[in-house]
Write a protein that binds this ligand. Structure first.
Ligand code: SF4
Length: 442
């Protein structure tokens, strides 16, 4: 088969960005070239199924190909990742030009499937995941795979797939399957490949990284320490953690290993024990707080972020106030907040006590107003301090402006030459907004 040109479009979270990099990697391993969408023979779309909004975006994106199809410009459109797992069959039925759908566990099979479509032009292929434990990994041992990724200096490595926790609002266990840890050898060889390729910062990725190894007789603290000590590694992060599995041995590795960044995303989801129980989260607010206090006592300067849902079915004013109080008491650096949205097939979607959407949005606004103030105050306290920043790209706006992140994962914007891209520089913070810091290189 002659070389093909492809593009990858991604809508969603870090897991989707990682899926998109896996798609790039397998397609490039056949000698195919990544190009802009206008030039592509193959359009790979990957996206998030966790939030209703991201799913709607993918639907409207798919609809756009109707125009090029009618104009006889016919790229092969493929849908991959967890969005494919959720809407793939419907997309195959609805759009004649969607020729291939593949769940996140089948990305390793994409090149063969595409070759098959080109040799049988009427074929359409469904590679949705049916066995929740099956996984077709990319074969990094087979000589020529070089990992392709969007950012040259920072990369994700998935350490486990799927999730067994079944929080009642969450679609992930249904679209990404049961929890399966990757073998440490595979993870180490991927990490070494990335380091040799110039990556300075690696983020270990999973729906619940803290559970790593429980199915293969290992544990996350062990893996984190090993990765932190790899030759040439500069920074390690991990996301996402689950409070009940975030244990003291992990905190100790964070505290003791210089390369592990002092940053933590620990989703709280609600400040109300009653709602946490309805969500099937297996911790209380008091237990959550205890872990935060322990972590902060061992890791000064910790950057702490969380995820929080408002308007869960049955959430009373009192429950909502408990979440507001949690923000006041804990003072997170950043809160990824969302108004609850029903995901079909999850237990919460049929729970009694669904709140009107306008009340959910009102609560979301109230919560965000409070958090914006807290974030701004915390950021302003950093004025005058100097941080080591990994310069990871040009700032989205402004000539000669670069952006990077502090070890605690705050975004910093500053003036500098593009020669600094990929370098560590010391930056003094001169002013702060809620969403970023501004500084000057020292
Ligand atoms: S831990 Fe809960 S919220 Fe996170 S992916 Fe698993 S089921 Fe979803």
């Amino acid at each position: 088969m002659t070389a093909k040109k492809f593009c990858v479009k991604v809508y969603g979270c870090q897991m989707n960005v990682y899926d998109a990099d896996r798609v790039r990697t397998v397609l490039s391993s056949r000698g195919w070239e990544e190009v802009s969408e206008d030039e592509a023979d193959i359009v790979m779309i990957t996206g998030c199924s966790v939030r209703a909004k991201a799913e709607q975006k993918v639907w409207s994106e798919l609809g756009l190909y109707d125009v090029s199809w009618q104009k006889n410009q016919r790229p092969l459109v493929a849908l991959t990742g967890c969005i494919a797992q959720r809407i793939g069959e419907k997309a195959l039925n609805r759009f004649p030009y969607v020729r291939l759908v593949a769940g996140p566990r089948h990305i390793g099979l994409l090149p063969d499937a595409i070759e098959q479509i080109y040799s049988h032009p009427k074929s359409r292929i469904n590679l949705l995941d049916t066995d929740p434990r099956e996984f077709h990994s990319l074969n990094f041992d087979s000589d020529n795979i070089t990992i392709k990724r969007e950012n040259k200096y920072k990369a994700y490595i998935t350490i486990a797939h799927g999730c067994d926790n079944f929080c009642t609002y969450c679609i992930v266990p249904y679209v990404r399957g049961r929890f399966v840890s990757r073998s440490p050898e595979e993870i180490f060889s991927e990490a070494e490949m990335l380091i040799n390729d110039g990556v300075k910062e690696i983020t270990l990725l999973g729906q619940n990284v803290n559970s790593y190894g429980k199915d293969i007789g290992l544990n996350f603290a062990w893996l984190l320490e090993k990765i932190a000590r790899l030759n040439g590694i500069k920074r390690v992060r991990f996301v996402t953690s689950l409070p009940q599995d975030f244990t003291e041995d992990i905190i100790n590795v964070m505290a003791n290993e210089e390369t592990v960044c002092p940053s933590l995303n620990l989703p709280i989801q609600s400040g109300s024990d009653r709602i946490l129980k309805l969500m099937n989260r297996k911790y209380s607010y008091a237990e959550y707080l205890e872990k935060i206090n322990l972590t902060r006592s061992k890791i000064p300067g910790l950057g702490l972020t969380t995820d929080l849902i408002v308007g869960f079915p049955g959430e009373t004013d009192e429950d909502f106030n408990a979440s507001m109080n949690a923000l006041r008491e804990i003072k997170f650096d950043l809160v990824h907040s969302a108004a609850y949205s029903e995901r079909d097939g999850t237990p919460a979607a049929t729970m009694e006590g669904a709140l009107p959407v306008d009340l959910r949005l009102k609560r979301l606004m109230t919560l965000n107003e409070l958090q914006d103030k807290i974030t701004l105050e915390l950021n302003q306290e950093l004025t005058g301090k100097i941080f080591e920043v990994l310069v990871d790209g040009p700032a989205p706006k402004g000539e000669n402006l670069l952006q990077g992140r502090t070890p605690s994962d705050k975004v910093v914007i500053f003036e500098g030459s593009k020669k600094l891209l990929g370098e560590f520089v010391n930056v003094e913070i001169t002013s702060a907004e809620a969403w970023c810091l501004h500084g000057v290189v020292k």
